[in-house]
Design a protein around this ligand. Structure first.
Ligand SMILES: [Zn+2]
Length: 654
């Protein structure tokens, strides 16, 4: 583990001319994940499975499915042609020109793991991959295996006759570059090695020579290069990379396809449209460029787009991208229960909302992050860590092959974007827990951890002890190095304030019954004012101070907005941040989505330590069965074999 300033020191020692920090940036700074160690509990356990099972499994899958071989084939063409065999070409070993990014995303995830857990064997394996990637880079910096291995004509219809020609459509040349940069920066910060970062900078220099200062105007067909360039800028201080990110934003629209957010200039866009992963990466890039340039037109646009998403296009599970056709956002209130909700779209939604929080210090964005994290994000990987969902629907018939051709959780995918995307976020999730603005210390997520935070008032160690999300009690030990005055801002989640989402898209039945949260400091009740969703505790803190936050967690009945056709006459259940579903067939032949819930019957909850890794389950009274029907957390569905499933159940009182 390495404190963040040392990363910058390391960068400086490695020969970069670093601006110590950007003149303009997000006013709220995240505490980096390297300073937050998750210690068991809900997220600690998921992170360990990610490290021990999912990561080596994904590396094996990338190798077995020839993702790495494509780099070797490109390198061979370069070598043979340089030696005079001018007609030599190789055919790609895989289907898609974006398959290169699977390797990049896995390296990024592995780098985050290495930041927290030194592992020489893993480090050597990653170094081997990087050597193969570097060998596939053309002398001028171009890195895109599908063209390099087969340069005389397109080896695949998306590739285009010439470089960048098909970029606004489907070639994914800049998409590959964006994930390369994310991986290169992560690997450099984790290990101090410049091997992959140098590959990135050679590629970025080519982009600058090609697109910088308005030389060639091309809208990236699948966004992420903007976020990747911002990371290169942050680690090198070279302003060209920030300028290039802005150039790529400004190259979009007007009059292009909405599928890839090219229907209007980005500053004129007001609604979330098109391919949901592309869209959420674009909005994340816009947030970064707004923060780093001070150009608020981007921020104004994404404020409107965010309002559109949370009011009209967000699932109760925190998933987005309703439509299978185009993996896209639907129209307003078009939220069918057989939702597409790609796992990557949930990842990107969390990244975007985290950035919106860093700009504003407002808890409602972290409410969205939390809802997605516990439901439509972590549903994407099995409890075992080696089975995956690409789409995350809210209803399932028990047999459809809706998971990229597979019925139920799949061992891997031909288009394998989702598993490594989930891995890289899960491995760095600690970075979403805490943030700092002056002497305000934000506590955003609740799970056992130890964090080291540097405030102007001094260094502070925070230790969380909690069984969240099964229990609403969080015990936070505050250990400043010396007594210090600062404000602890504890997020009081929307669900604990009677508001499942920051809009009227979903409401709790009987919201007035919301029992108020309480806070004790060193055992005594305190009356903390609520500011932008945070309970604020300002005082002089001394070592060993204990804060106890208690968020009552009754089972809540949730209703959908009347404009959502799919939830009309239906009810869903949640407890704390966890959304429930029924996949129990013990009640007889009625599929879960046809079960009629007795509206007046009480719903009981109980913790079952032996079920699904230890979860709280609900018992619902339904018309079709004398015995109660069990509801399980949505994210755990299809961990006990294939079965029908539903989140929204029928109501007796329609
Ligand atoms: Zn995906």
């Amino acid at each position: 583990m390495r404190p963040p300033f040392a990363l910058y020191l390391l960068a400086a020692l490695s020969g970069f001319s670093l601006s110590a920090s950007a003149a303009t940036d997000y006013p709220v700074r995240p505490v980096p994940f390297t300073d937050v160690r998750l210690t068991g509990g809900f997220w600690g356990v998921r992170q360990e499975v990610n490290r021990e099972v999912t990561l080596p499994y994904a590396m094996d899958q990338c190798e077995a499915s020839d993702r790495l071989k494509n780099f070797d084939l490109a390198a061979e063409t370069l070598r043979r042609r340089a030696a005079g065999d001018v007609h030599f070409q190789n055919k790609p070993a895989t289907i898609f020109p974006f398959d290169d990014t699977d390797a990049y995303k896995v390296i990024e995830a592995a780098s985050y793991v290495l930041s927290m857990h030194p592992d020489p064997a893993l480090s050597r394996r990653v170094d081997g991959w990087i050597a193969r990637i570097a060998a596939a880079q053309e002398p001028d910096g171009y890195l895109y295996t599908f063209r390099t291995m087969h340069p005389d004509s397109p080896a695949q219809p998306w590739v285009g006759q010439r470089r960048w020609e098909n970029e606004p459509k489907l070639s994914h040349e800049l998409y590959d570059a964006g994930h390369l940069y994310e991986a290169g920066v992560a690997h450099y910060l984790a290990t101090g090695k410049r091997t992959l970062l140098d590959v990135c900078l050679k590629n970025a220099n080519l982009l600058w020579r090609t697109f910088g200062d308005g030389r060639l105007r091309v809208a990236p067909g699948h966004e992420i290069v903007e976020m990747g360039l911002v990371k290169l800028y942050r680690v090198t201080g070279d302003e060209r990379w920030l300028k290039l990110a802005k150039i790529f934003l400004d190259a979009r629209g007007p009059g292009g396809p909405a599928y890839s957010q090219q229907q209007a200039l980005v500053v004129d866009q007001t609604e979330a449209v098109g391919h949901a992963v592309r869209a959420n990466y674009l909005y994340s890039g816009m947030a970064d460029v707004a923060a780093l340039t001070g150009d608020q037109r981007y921020q104004h646009a994404i404020d409107l787009i965010w309002r559109n998403v949370v009011s009209k296009k967000l699932y109760l599970t925190g998933g987005v991208g309703a439509l299978r056709d185009g993996e896209a956002y639907g129209a307003d209130y078009q939220l069918p229960n057989d939702a597409y909700n790609e796992t990557c779209a949930a990842v990107a939604l969390m990244m975007w909302n985290h950035r919106m929080f860093l700009r504003s210090g407002d808890a409602r964005y972290m409410d969205v992050v939390e809802r997605t994290a516990y439901n439509g994000f972590i549903s994407g990987v099995s409890l075992s860590g080696n089975r995956f969902f690409y789409p995350n629907p809210l209803v399932y018939d028990g047999h459809s092959k809706n998971n990229y051709g597979c019925a139920g959780r799949a061992p891997w995918f031909g288009c394998a974007c989702c598993p490594p995307n989930l891995m890289r976020l899960l491995a760095s999730l600690g970075g979403y827990f805490y943030a700092v603005k002056g002497d305000d210390l934000y506590v955003n997520l609740y799970s056992p951890d130890t964090a080291s935070v540097k405030l102007p008032a001094g260094a502070v160690t925070l230790t969380q002890d909690t069984q969240y999300p099964w229990k609403g009690r969080v015990r936070l030990t505050v250990d400043p190095a010396k007594p210090a005055e600062f404000a602890l801002r504890l997020r009081v989640p929307g669900w604990a304030r009677g508001e499942p989402v920051p809009s009227d898209l979903y409401t709790f039945e009987n919201p007035g019954a919301t029992q108020r949260w309480t806070i004790l400091v060193n055992g005594s009740p305190v009356d903390a004012p609520l500011d932008h969703g945070y309970a604020v505790l300002s005082r002089i803190w001394k070592a060993g101070d204990v804060v106890e936050l208690d968020l009552p967690m009754p089972v809540r009945r949730v209703l959908g907005n009347a404009h959502i056709e799919a939830t009309r006459g239906r009810v869903a259940f949640e407890r704390g941040p966890v959304v429930y579903c029924v996949e129990d067939t013990a009640h007889g032949p009625t599929p879960p989505d046809a079960l009629v819930v007795n509206d007046r019957a009480p719903v009981t909850s109980r913790f079952d330590p032996s079920l699904l890794g230890g979860v709280t389950v609900l018992e619902l009274s339904v018309k079709q069965a004398a015995a109660p029907v069990m509801a399980i957390p949505y994210y755990t569905w299809d961990n006990r074999g294939l079965s029908p499933m539903a989140v929204w159940l029928d109501r007796a009182d329609r």
